[in-house]
Design a protein. Structure first.
Length: 265
């Protein structure tokens, strides 16, 4: 499996989630270029969020007449998470933050699973850190890696660090695999200390997530890639040999050998 095939699989997982389908049902999509799949996913997202736009705008406008505590109660008991996710990008930022902080973490996790972060980024960046921590813990409990991954680019560093603290090392690999903007992977890894990176590599070995680990490595800049290779060195000889064999089998050996050579030179 090449890097492009891995990225196509990652995109297929997200498309399946969006269409309430399964990756197996959409496995034929993995034959397409990842960029085309990403563009398709964004088109589908836009179509879903823009349908009934006028009605949603009128509802968002009418919601301004209600006190925030009342609106929060109505949101949870009447609107539901899907409608709230559709309306999130249509309300004023201060108002949206005020209402969001009055919602329960489980309900916010439901909304997060249905939200397009691009449409509510101003609200997301202003959510209190403690609430981010609670929602991250809830999404982790649900093993909803795609929902977590789509918010990595939207959260400020302090909130992102708090959220990452609720996620175990094996789960972080799964989240990294489905990030929306992998070219910004360094922003997340910068917040992880060396002990955490060592734990992630050890979990890659323990859970046989080497492809996810190599995918992570392939999207890192030189400094963080070197940190991951340093973590790789903490594995025993047999495990390192197994990882190297998998890297050769799937075409990642040249990059791994290059990083090892640069570090040892």
């Amino acid at each position: 499996m090449t890097l492009h095939q891995l990225e196509a699989h990652s995109e297929t997982l997200k498309i399946a989630r969006l269409l309430d389908s399964t990756a197996d049902e959409l496995s034929f999509l993995t034959e397409l270029p990842p960029d085309e799949l990403r563009a398709f996913r964004e088109q589908v997202t836009s179509a879903l969020f823009d349908s009934h736009h006028g009605v949603l705008q009128r509802m968002a406008a009418a919601s301004r007449l209600l006190p925030a505590p009342v609106l929060a109660k109505i949101a949870e008991r009447v609107f539901g998470p899907l409608l709230c996710a559709r309306m999130a990008g249509l309300v004023d930022t201060p108002r949206g933050v005020d209402v969001a902080t009055r919602l329960s973490p489980p309900f916010l996790a439901d909304v997060a699973a249905r939200l397009d972060p691009r449409r509510a980024s101003d609200i997301i960046t202003r959510i209190p850190t403690e609430l981010v921590r609670e929602v991250a813990a809830e999404l982790t409990r649900r093993a909803d890696w795609i929902a977590i991954g789509q918010f990595v680019d939207s959260l400020p560093p302090t909130a992102l660090r708090a959220g990452l603290g609720q996620i175990d090392d094996a789960a972080l690999l799964r989240i990294a695999f489905v990030l929306d903007h992998k070219e910004k992977m360094d922003n997340m890894v910068d917040l992880l200390d060396q002990e955490r990176l060592t734990g992630i590599v050890q979990q890659a070995a323990h859970t046989q997530q080497w492809l996810a680990a190599f995918d992570l490595l392939s999207h890192l800049g030189h400094r963080n890639a070197d940190r991951v290779v340093t973590a790789f060195d903490t594995l025993d000889t047999e495990t390192r040999a197994d990882a190297a064999e998998i890297a050769r089998e799937y075409g990642f050996h040249e990059q791994l050998d290059s990083l090892l050579a640069e570090r040892d030179s």
